[in-house]
Write a protein of this length. Structure first.
Length: 439
């Protein structure tokens, strides 16, 4: 327990030093903003700003940043939430205390914007160094089937940000996976391990719902709780928020889109004769098909090339049935291979978003002939707009079977949040550059 307290103290010290460093960086940036409309910065000492740092630290601590070990994205979400709340609390305090003239609002805004960027980055770097030492890793026992235990073992090994190590001895916490256990067994396991350790986590029976964003209702008279489950992307307010997010994001990236578009046009024309765009009818929202735009990545005589290739490589037919992709597609041009591996071939779907037919993030735009394979899931998946990228693209892409993609997309729709869209977009950039799961 002492070593975990030590690691928490180290992280707290790093955060406090960072908040002080951001203060001086903000002073430097604000001082160098010279304009007739921007007044000169009133001299400000760190002692005058300690109450702001205390508010930020208190809110971070309230989110249990220093006592629990979150995944990077969950922790970053909590950091941003704390900083946004702290920003408005500070402005309210200055207004109520009539000190707003003594503190530059521009300086305070710069300070919090830098904090939103730098705190997650520095945390990632510091934890990368800290958790390389086994001494600071938290030991966790996982109780459940071999399959469930192996899933968590793999996550602990690959997700270094957690700073967690699977251990069957001298563990600090226990995770109980309820699958294949009766209710009586679960209760017995909880009582057993609560006698050994003070911290026990339960994996719910239901795995296709993200309970971290659910509301828990307490019925104290009968000592029961209920967990609210919503279909997030069928709530009108969420749909509006998603549309606004798409509009803002497209407005920001459109100039870059035009530059990349011109470069790709030239490369396609130099590589092989034919059109620039490949247009295909796809399944859209509410079963309404639409013309989906992509860059042409195949030769003009693609069908002839494919027929000849399949005659010589019969195993490719079975591979397509499972993954809906060929391992080595002879129809693809040289520049087409690059466009596909980098996912740039899907960039023209920005036009589909502008036409109101797609979204930045959503389920894959399925082909018309895939309708039967979607089966009973089609009605659910096609309740929302398809996306240029989605959860399936950052979770294995072509390494996933058709069925696994469907399950991920249903999970995304049920558990949508604006934060999840942001995370998927950031992860998409990583997938594109590293070409993870791409063919």
């Amino acid at each position: 327990m002492k070593k975990h307290l030590l690691s928490s103290i180290i992280i707290i010290v790093i955060d406090l030093l960072l908040l002080v460093a951001i203060f001086y960086l903000s002073i430097y940036l604000r001082t160098n903003i010279t304009s007739e409309s921007v007044p000169e910065l009133i001299k400000l000492e760190i002692a005058d700003f300690l109450f702001v740092i205390f508010i930020i630290f208190a809110l971070l601590n309230n989110e249990k940043i220093y006592s629990l070990r979150y995944d990077f994205w969950q922790e970053t979400k909590k950091i941003i939430k704390s900083l946004v709340l702290a920003y408005f609390i500070v402005l309210a305090i200055l207004a109520l205390a009539k000190l707003s003239l003594d503190y530059s609002r521009l300086f305070i805004t710069i300070y919090f914007l830098l904090s939103i960027i730098l705190i997650p980055v520095v945390k990632r770097i510091s934890k990368r160094v800290l958790y390389k030492l086994a001494f600071f890793k938290k030991k966790i026992l996982v109780v459940g089937s071999k399959k469930e235990v192996s899933i968590f073992q793999k996550e602990f090994k690959e997700n270094w940000y957690l700073g967690v190590l699977y251990s069957e001895k001298n563990y600090n916490s226990v995770i109980i996976s309820q699958h294949e256990m009766s209710l009586e067994q679960v209760n017995q396991e909880i009582e057993k391990y609560l006698n050994i350790t003070s911290s026990v986590y339960i994996v719910p029976y239901v795995t296709n719902v993200d309970f971290s964003n659910s509301n828990i209702m307490e019925y104290s008279n009968i000592r029961h709780n209920t967990i609210q489950i919503e279909n997030k992307l069928l709530i009108k307010s969420n749909i509006i928020i998603k549309h606004i997010f798409d509009f803002i994001a497209i407005t920001i990236i459109f100039p870059l889109f035009l530059i990349v578009h011109l470069v790709v046009i030239i490369l396609i024309k130099l590589d092989s004769p034919g059109t620039i765009f490949f247009k295909q009818h796809r399944l859209g929202k509410n079963d309404n098909d639409f013309i989906c735009y992509k860059y042409r990545t195949m030769y003009e005589n693609s069908q002839e090339l494919l027929n000849q290739y399949l005659e010589e490589n019969l195993e490719e037919i079975a591979h397509y049935e499972k993954y809906h992709k060929y391992k080595n597609d002879p129809r693809v041009t040289k520049i087409g291979k690059f466009l596909r591996s980098s996912s740039l071939d899907e960039l023209p779907q920005v036009l589909n978003i502008l036409k109101g037919e797609m979204s930045l993030v959503g389920p894959r735009p399925y082909m018309i002939n895939e309708s039967d394979k979607l089966g009973s899931k089609q009605h659910f998946i096609l309740k929302v707009y398809p996306g240029i990228t989605g959860l399936w693209q950052v979770s294995g892409r072509n390494n996933l079977t058709f069925q696994e993609r469907n399950n991920l997309e249903i999970w995304y729709i049920k558990n949508w949040s604006l934060w999840s869209d942001f995370v998927i977009l950031v992860k998409t950039i990583k997938v594109v550059f590293l070409k993870i799961g791409a063919k």
